[in-house]
Ligand binder design. Structure first.
Ligand code: FES
Length: 83
């Protein structure tokens, strides 16, 4: 999804719990939208870097820098993200 300021945010459903991170791999600025989510790990489709969508931590090279994470809350079935 795109935030009002043009920033793209990736919202992930991990077993019914929602997490939000920048939709931008910290390795080479690629969207993570086309990546593969397994558990809480998002796999970048470009070079295979991996991140935790819970903490943003870079888990596999070539990614080394963590993703920005955002607080998620759900009210009346709507997802709110604090930027
Ligand atoms: S752009 Fe994501 S690992 Fe290289």
């Amino acid at each position: 999804m795109e935030a009002g300021n043009g920033k793209r945010i990736l919202v992930c459903n991990v077993g019914g719990e929602f997490f939000a991170v920048d939709d931008r791999c910290t390795h080479e600025d690629s969207s993570l939208y086309l990546g593969c989510l397994k558990g809480d790990r998002i796999h970048c489709s470009l070079h295979g870097g991996e991140f935790s969508v819970k903490t943003g931590e870079a888990l596999a090279e070539p990614a080394e820098v963590a993703l920005q994470t955002y607080q998620v809350s759900i009210e009346d079935g709507r997802i709110f993200i604090t930027l």
